[in-house]
Design a protein around this ligand. Sequence first.
Ligand SMILES: [Zn+2]
Length: 83
Amino acid sequence: MSDGLMPCPFCGKRPKVCPDTGYGAATVFCPDENDCPVQPVADADLKAGETVADAIARWNTRGPVHPTSSLTEINRPNAREEV
Ligand SMILES: [Zn+2]
């Protein structure tokens, strides 16, 4: 079975699809039972003519991977300390 959904980028588990939340939106989200640290959500505005396919397309969108240098930036000694 393939519904074209990519796994959650944060926990690697399967997201859930809600075609209609009852509030005019469709969502793809990482559910509570995945014990995900981020629980990302992608949604679509049904009132604006979008469909669950738009939510799925947004869920499947992945930005570029950031270089690890942005992590070492955080771990460096405090260069701004003026003692
Ligand atoms: Zn997740």
